[in-house]
Design a binder for this molecule. Structure first.
Ligand SMILES: [Fe+2]
Length: 346
């Protein structure tokens, strides 16, 4: 399978994986053959990419660490909890929290059992579902970093919950400020910054979770050099879970499309993380990030500087810039026989 931008979908391609919408219903179903009518119908949802099988994507397996149905389950439970927090239905909190922690627990077990230690997938997000999908993906990236750090099961579970709820404080920020298209005023920016501390206070008062999780939520916008918020903490004074989540959060946010800006491609987002080493991010954790997160997701189509086009088919842990690429086009024309190259090697 390979990842194709929505505008490049063509009849006769096959949908390679289920795709869920904001309601939790399947918008695209694995195995369906795409038609003109199907494309027209899907256009209303503003899906940026889809995984498809076509002549170029045959024999490429995207090794998803987490099934799309489990991702969807975690996304839906978070949405219900957040809706309930927003409208102040406190009597529902413990029941909804239980559903959330069960989904997180399954996800942690899967990551451990599947022996996944490299993140090289692409999470396709819809703009309207971003605030629930993004924390789930931040959790997955954080877990892979946590595994590389040798975290035990309890630590991975705590890290996962902190990542899942990192932006819980946004539920106390006015929706029109959170989704504002134009540049924010200073007051509005201060309001948004308040989400970290609001998240800390709310989770501490209302959610029965380990203390480390509240701290991690409160400190996820601190920066290694002390220039972050809300407490201007620096270096090792910042909760370690927060330092992990900060990297996963920024990487995932930059490589996602938002209403206000297009997505960067994952390799551009990857470079920004490296540039932030020692400034925004913990340099030791950035080193680990570079070993276990790939800037080239499997199935992603790349245009090389020499004009060739290829699909990423394999990555190697610890060698982020040398994926194997299957060349499918030269000078815009399909090659008669595709062949593999290693990026960055002559
Ligand atoms: Fe945040």
């Amino acid at each position: 399978m390979r990842l194709v931008a929505f505008e490049d979908l063509k009849p006769n391609m096959l949908i390679a994986d289920d795709f869920y919408g904001i309601s939790g219903a399947k918008l695209a179903k694995k195995g369906v053959t795409i038609t003109e009518k199907y494309i027209k119908n899907l256009a209303q949802y503003e899906i940026p990419f889809l995984y498809v099988i076509d002549k170029y994507g045959a024999n490429i397996n995207v090794r998803c660490s987490i099934t799309t149905s489990l991702r969807n389950e975690a996304t839906q439970h978070l949405k219900k909890l957040y809706n309930s927090i927003r409208i102040g239905r406190e009597n529902e909190l413990s029941k909804l929290l239980k559903k959330c922690t069960e989904a997180v627990s399954k996800l942690v077990d899967d990551i451990i059992a599947e022996k996944i230690d490299l993140y090289d997938v692409f999470d396709i997000k819809m703009i309207e579902n971003y605030k629930y999908q993004q924390p789930v993906n931040v959790m997955i990236i954080s877990l892979i970093l946590g595994k590389a750090l040798g975290y035990n099961h309890v630590e991975l579970y705590e890290l996962a919950l902190a990542a899942y709820f990192h932006d819980i404080g946004n539920n106390f920020i006015k929706e029109e400020v959170l989704t504002k298209f134009e540049k924010l005023t200073d007051d509005e920016y201060d309001m948004i910054k308040g989400h970290a501390e609001k998240g800390y206070k709310f989770s501490k008062e209302k959610l029965m979770l380990p203390m480390k999780i509240y701290l991690a939520i409160g400190q996820h916008h601190e920066r290694y050099d002390g220039s972050g918020y809300p407490y201007s903490k620096n270096g090792d004074n910042i909760n370690r879970y927060s330092r992990i989540i900060a990297i996963a959060d920024v990487f995932d946010a930059l490589s996602s499309r938002r209403r206000q800006r297009p997505a960067l491609n994952p390799s551009q987002a990857f470079k920004i993380i490296i540039e932030g080493s020692g400034k925004q991010f913990d340099p030791e954790l950035v080193k680990i990030f570079m070993n276990v997160v790939s800037p080239y997701p499997i199935g992603y189509t790349l245009k090389l500087p020499d004009g060739r086009e290829g699909v990423v088919i394999k990555n190697f842990k610890g060698r982020p810039f040398n994926p194997i690429i299957k060349i499918i086009k030269e000078d815009g024309r399909s090659v008669v026989k595709s062949y593999d190259i290693t990026l960055g090697k002559k």
